[in-house]
Design a protein around this ligand. Structure first.
Ligand SMILES: Cc1cc2nc3c(=O)[nH]c(=O)nc-3n(C[C@H](O)[C@H](O)[C@H](O)COP(=O)(O)OP(=O)(O)OC[C@H]3O[C@@H](n4cnc5c(N)ncnc54)[C@H](O)[C@@H]3O)c2cc1C
Length: 112
């Protein structure tokens, strides 16, 4: 970490490390958070998808800025019929995670 100060260092700027850094920046802006990412960008080359019901309503604010595509419902087809399920489906990309991580001034990103 080149001798720089940080209150919390997060090793790995993937989904887990990135979300942790964003949550700390929002909830504990008094802390200086450093994300140490081995790759040239955080997030990598990923698409992560989830249903609305996978994330607690109280935590939706954390993932909302990361969503690049959203469908309000989805259709499930079977051999003898189909149903439309009124549950939202969302996709997050590594590129968006990398961009959002650059916003909070309390987050410092170091690439290895
Ligand atoms: C093909 C595929 C599809 C998936 N689809 C979904 C999905 O749709 N929905 C879902 O919820 N999950 C999905 N997953 C699972 C999801 O990708 C993982 O659960 C999630 O990425 C785990 O997050 P992570 O931060 O632990 O790991 P990662 O996202 O892999 O991040 C780890 C980070 O640490 C960095 N790193 C590694 N070593 C070091 C080091 N020594 N020093 C510094 N940095 C380091 C890496 O470069 C990387 O950026 C999928 C996984 C795969 C493989």
């Amino acid at each position: 970490m080149n001798g720089r100060d940080a209150d919390i260092a997060i090793l790995g700027g993937g989904l887990a490390g990135g979300l942790t850094a964003l949550a700390l920046a929002a909830l504990r802006p008094d802390l200086r958070v450093t994300v140490v990412e081995a790759g040239p960008v955080c997030g990598g080359n990923h698409v992560w998808s989830f249903f609305d019901s996978d994330v607690a309503e109280s935590a939706a604010w954390l993932v909302e800025p990361l969503v690049v595509a959203r469908w309000d419902s989805h259709r499930v087809r079977f051999a003898r019929g189909e149903r439309v399920l009124p549950v939202g489906y969302n996709s997050i990309t590594g590129t968006r995670l990398d961009a959002v991580l650059e916003r909070p001034s309390v987050i410092r990103i170091e690439h290895g």
